[in-house]
Design a protein around this ligand. Structure first.
Ligand code: SF4
Ligand code: SF4
Length: 356
């Protein structure tokens, strides 16, 4: 059975407590064997969209970075550019956003590299044996790294119900074109009775697929590539995705991208899931979001499937119900976990090991 190490957090944890927990998990899991002198190490993290407050904080991971550096490897923090038009849409704005949230070389002693390059063209095709894909597009600076640390903040998600390690790997390792092909089944639909013609969705749509017609937003589906930015942006809940099954192929495709991201890194990847400030939507939301529940703790594993399954189980145990399914009844998060297991990314069977 795969081990997942878990360290619970006090409700009002301070920075030193969370730093110590991360290091205790690193030591308990024996992650030091992953890192070798002179090898390149990608540390995947979401820097948080502008005005987002729930993301993993740079101070929390500083001692982790220091201990990884002791191996003599060359670590860097990384992410890829987004499909939607926010502060992480191109490498320049993305880097500025990372620095604004404190992910700087001065604070952490390692550089930030946006893995898919300035225009998101820096990627290679990686063969996979999937239901949807024969190959997936993976950002080169992640692909060319020898080892990989995947730091995921667990949240709910507007299209997939759950965002944790599998989603972080899948979307976070893909260039924009790779994100686009994962989203192609999502088709947004406007409810004319709810639309207030405010035009905000028009401003945010990266494909200029929306206009106003007769006082109602209208979407040209031929232009739309399903990024869901309009769904997330509308304050009146006037846009939804048009059929409930759209989440299923998206999540299956995510699992196949996640597989491609780590395919050549057997024994060279470690995962941390942060069950802190768990919110209804992900850190791509450019706003502060409420916590759904008290902070739970941090998990570590060599297996992205096991760590996500354990994260969900701990959340549900703490909440006393399947909280993300209730929030996103049309997006069954089990799809990503079970498809990932089916294609060989990992296992849902795990042993939880408590670490102080
Ligand atoms: S953001 Fe919502 S309310 Fe505003 S125009 Fe778009 S669909 Fe209508
Ligand atoms: S219309 Fe399509 S491309 Fe435009 S924001 Fe909505 S989902 Fe994205």
């Amino acid at each position: 059975m795969t081990k997942v190490w878990f360290s619970p957090l006090n409700p009002n944890f301070d920075i030193s407590q969370i730093q110590e927990k991360v290091l205790s998990l690193y030591n308990a899991a024996g992650f030091q064997k992953i890192f070798k002198a002179k090898e390149y190490t990608a540390i995947k993290i979401h820097f948080g969209e502008k005005n987002n407050t729930g993301h993993i904080k740079p101070q929390w991971i500083k001692p982790l970075i220091n201990v990884i550096k002791k191996s003599g490897c060359k670590p860097f923090l990384t992410d890829t550019n987004t499909l939607y038009r926010g502060q992480r849409f191109n490498s320049i704005d993305h880097l500025m956003q990372a620095y604004e949230h404190g992910f700087s070389i001065e604070n952490l002693g390692v550089p930030v590299i946006i893995a898919d390059g300035l225009l998101s063209k820096n990627f290679s095709e990686v063969p996979v044996k999937g239901k949807h894909f024969k190959s997936v597009k993976i950002a080169n600076d992640i692909l060319h790294s020898h080892s990989f640390v995947v730091l995921s903040h667990m949240t709910g998600h507007i299209l997939t119900g759950l965002g944790a390690a599998i989603k972080n790997l899948a979307m976070g390792s893909a260039p924009r074109s790779g994100k686009q092909v994962q989203h192609t089944d999502i088709k947004p639909e406007v409810n004319p009775e709810k639309c207030q013609a405010c035009g905000l969705c028009i401003t945010w749509c990266p494909k200029e697929a929306i206009d106003l017609y007769d006082g109602v937003a209208r979407i040209e589906l031929d232009k739309c590539y399903g990024c869901a930015e309009c769904i997330a942006t509308c304050r009146y809940q006037a846009i939804n995705h048009s059929f409930s099954n759209a989440s299923i192929p998206l999540q299956e495709k995510m699992a196949e991208y996640a597989l491609g991201a780590v395919k050549d890194k057997k024994g060279k990847v470690c995962y941390f899931n942060f069950l802190t400030h768990i919110s209804k939507e992900c850190d791509c939301m450019g706003k502060a979001q409420d916590k759904l529940i008290q902070d739970i703790g941090i998990l570590a594993s060599y297996d992205p499937v096991a760590i996500d399954q354990a994260s969900i189980d701990l959340l549900n145990e703490k909440a006393g119900n399947d909280i993300l399914s209730q929030l996103w009844p049309e997006n069954d998060y089990n799809v990503q976990i079970s498809h990932a297991e089916k294609i060989g990314l990992g296992t849902r069977e795990y042993e939880l090991v408590y670490v102080e």
